[in-house]
Unconditional design. Sequence first.
Length: 296
Amino acid sequence: MPPSSAASTAAAEAPRRRMLNAMTVDVEDYFQVSVFEGVVPRASWESMESRVVSNTERLLDLFDEHAVKATFFILGWVAERHPGLVRSIAARGHEPASHGYAHRLVYDQAPEAFRDDVRRAKHLIEDTSGCGVRGYRAPSFSVTERSLWALDVLLEEGYRYDASIFPIRHDRYGIPNAPRWPHAMARSGGSLFEVPGSTVRIGGTNLPVAGGGYFRILPYAWTRWGIARVNRVERQPAVFYLHPWEIDPQQPRLAANALGRFRHYRNLHLTETRLRALMRDFAFGPLETVLAGCAA
Ligand SMILES: [Zn+2]
């Protein structure tokens, strides 16, 4: 490579390294995913082989290896059964946050049932970790046009930010015209920070670029290009998300329709290698740190 080209590559990479992106994990077991809701009823969760502790501990080790701190949106049901895991997340310097208690889709719940769910999870995680819980992410990004009332409930229950609105078109979630960057939302009860999943905008359409099935199913180059574009062109932090079961190719196989199986099982064996590459290519921190650098 000619010296001038090497220099320009280094110059191009410098801003990318300075931008802090958010690393987030939704802590749930493989059988609690919405796609298996009809296959593994909540009443049988207790009887399933649990793999969430070992998978989350592997993620914690991976983050330590790369000096990455993250936000863990912990399911209350998991926190209740595995308090040592919650304490470990906090003791290793990460931000504990809430994924609700029972992994029920927000738009399938009445507001009072939702209130009970997010209150129970918040108390459980705070009591166990000894840390205040400020953030919430809904199961399957299920804050949509028909469940925006949830934001008011979150404020009333003491949450300060929500990370549940995905500004994309999807069969189960999304508000395609929602703002694409972290922003303060004025609600009747005060101001709640909203932290959308990251997208790039191509031809008037928002496309997801930072996490979950999109990270596993599409080539890694898509994520790398997308986050670099968000950081360098749009000058915004990206919000990356994954689940502990996504680094577990040995997890038991459950029945679901073909699309559900594709989304859940595709390329599980590649996630860990890709995650290592991602943490080499970009800087990550917990959401509370990333938001501190955003204008309210
Ligand atoms: Zn979830």
